[in-house]
Design a protein around this ligand. Structure first.
Ligand SMILES: *[C@@H]1O[C@H](CO)[C@@H](O)[C@H](O)[C@H]1NC(C)=O
Ligand SMILES: *[C@@H]1O[C@H](CO)[C@@H](O)[C@H](O)[C@H]1NC(C)=O
Ligand SMILES: *[C@@H]1O[C@H](CO)[C@@H](O)[C@H](O)[C@H]1NC(C)=O
Length: 172
């Protein structure tokens, strides 16, 4: 009986924290043909769902590293792949994921380089950035504009690998 009471109390305290506050956050990708995520940064809690609506062009939302946003996407990270939208299309491709770690910021870029290197123009996005930290969204975006190295990736051991693997990593 005592054990049962403790469990019930634990459930009563934990359940609302885990479920009832979860929200769905919408992010527009390329609104009005812009090369932007809108908004460019959000705050999210564990359990929140982030949904990207691809409105135009051919962008991706690809998880990456703070220091080298455009050339070193995160090995095994979240990745929508390219989401082309033809100009006369009425369809809006969507990509969603659930936030499962809100204790550190998450960083993303559009991996499109065909017409322009979109990341170099500042097309980046972050979750849970702290504007007063060294890893603020502003610092991340500045890194993106400065990261003109050829596309490459970092493997599990932290080594950079050949640029040809970049397309495989971001273009699934
Ligand atoms: C973060 O996004 C908000 C909109 O949600 C925007 O007002 C703010 O300027 C962004 N921060 C930076 C550093 O761009
Ligand atoms: C969240 O991510 C950070 C950095 O990767 C890690 O140190 C931490 O253990 C993670 N927290 C959880 C709850 O997974
Ligand atoms: C979208 O962009 C990728 C990468 O540049 C390219 O391989 C793909 O062909 C593009 N898709 C369309 C329909 O233009």
């Amino acid at each position: 009986m005592l054990a049962f009471t403790r469990l019930s109390l634990a459930a009563a305290v934990l359940a609302p924290a885990l479920s009832s506050h979860a929200v769905k956050i919408l992010v527009q990708v390329g609104p009005e043909n812009s090369v932007t995520f809108s908004p460019s940064n959000i705050s999210a809690n564990v359990g929140d769902t982030v949904t990207f609506q691809f409105l135009a062009k051919n962008h991706s939302v690809t998880q990456t590293t703070f220091a080298e946003p455009c050339s070193s996407p995160l090995f095994g990270g979240i990745n929508s792949g390219f989401q082309p939208v033809s100009p006369d299309s009425t369809a809006t491709p969507q990509f969603s994921f659930t936030v499962n770690n809100a204790s550190t910021p998450l960083f993303f870029f559009s991996a499109q380089t065909a017409v322009v290197n979109e990341c170099n123009t500042g097309m980046v996005f972050s979750i849970n950035q702290d504007p007063n930290s060294a890893e603020s969204f502003a610092a991340f975006q500045a890194n993106a504009k400065a990261d003109i190295r050829p596309a490459a990736k970092v493997n599990k051991e932290g080594r950079r690998v050949h640029a040809r693997d970049f397309a495989k990593l971001v273009g699934k």
